[in-house]
Write a new protein. Structure first.
Length: 310
């Protein structure tokens, strides 16, 4: 278990009623785990739900330390880690492996695994089997899938199997082929009404939250007001109950232009570029390795040890 010292101790409001008894005075306080019901309970609290993606141990550790509530092991890993042009190529096994790494790293945030393209498109039974693998093998505490009313029966089946589900509507990266690109949704009356209908259908099916991606702020605000479950926005304005972004976009580790909704808080790629160039120069100029990075001979090893082979 990762060391949780030097990090905030979170309030008991995050703990479900059945959580273990309060620690005895003097015992190390472990931050309360965020759960799907505790995310749902945040609706209307005025406390923004903080979400970010992560796909590996070190970044998940950093996201937890920063105080995020929810980590999504997103299929955006296909783009930002594996270099694919779309999210369609990532496999269930790849998401499971990434989810295991993230789970090993975190103490507090809820870990949600994305259901990859093709893993919930055939039938309810297959959807259930794939989501169960994400939970049992990956350790995911919830799953996310894209789509609205037409996927509500899948959400309901997963929820009935005790797998919390986060919905995802609006701009749907997995629908890039059927929609002919990455399209902002909700800009016409028909499209805005369809979004609200989708959101209500997911809520009815038992989703504990819904991601709104690439939706005009005013439409996202109205949907947020109409729902009993939290909305998590990405390119959907500031009225959503929470926000989510892709880790690599936030720290500046994605190559090429970022979407309009991304705010970059660092330029980690430039820091890495400089570090790597400095290493190259040091090796070429004989400045690395120096004595500081080199092991001495063992006391029992004579200088002419290689002659002992004869
Ligand atoms: O895969 C992903 O990263 C997502 C977003 C909601 C961030 O689905």
């Amino acid at each position: 278990m990762a060391d949780s010292k030097d990090r905030p101790v979170y309030g008991s409001t995050e703990s479900p009623a059945s959580s273990p008894p309060a620690p005895i005075a003097g015992e190390k306080q472990v931050p309360s785990k965020v759960t799907a019901p505790s995310i749902l309970a945040r609706k209307g609290s005025g406390q923004a739900i903080l979400c970010l993606t992560a796909y590996d141990w070190p970044t998940a550790r950093l996201v937890d330390e920063a105080g995020f509530d929810l980590i999504l092991v997103g299929d955006s890993m296909a783009n930002v880690v594996l270099g694919h042009a779309s999210t369609l190529k990532i496999s269930l096994d790849q998401i499971i492996s990434a989810t295991r790494a993230v789970k090993r790293a975190v103490d507090r945030p809820l870990v949600v695994a994305d259901m990859p393209f093709g893993t919930y498109h055939v039938c309810v039974e297959e959807t259930l089997a794939n989501a169960l693998r994400l939970v049992r093998e990956g350790g995911a505490q919830a799953v996310k899938l894209e789509g609205g009313a037409s996927r509500a029966h899948l959400v309901q089946a997963l929820v009935e199997a005790d797998i919390p589900v986060m919905g995802h509507i609006g701009l749907l990266p997995q629908s890039v082929n059927s929609r002919g690109g990455y399209r902002i949704q909700g800009r016409t009356l028909e499209s805005a009404c369809r979004l609200l209908d989708d959101a209500l259908a997911l809520q009815e099916a038992g989703a504990f939250a819904v991601v709104l991606e690439g939706v005009p702020a005013a439409v996202a605000q109205r949907i947020t007001e109409r729902l009993r479950i939290p909305t998590i926005g990405i390119g959907a304005g500031d009225a959503c109950d929470g926000q989510i972004l892709v880790f690599h976009d936030v720290v500046g580790l994605t190559m090429g232009p970022a979407p309009k909704f991304v705010k970059r808080y660092a330029n980690v790629a430039d820091i890495m570029r400089k570090a790597l160039k400095d290493l190259v120069a040091d090796i070429q100029q004989g400045n690395f390795p120096t004595a500081e990075h080199t092991y001495d001979l063992g006391l029992d090893l004579p200088e002419d040890w290689d002659r002992h082979l004869e």
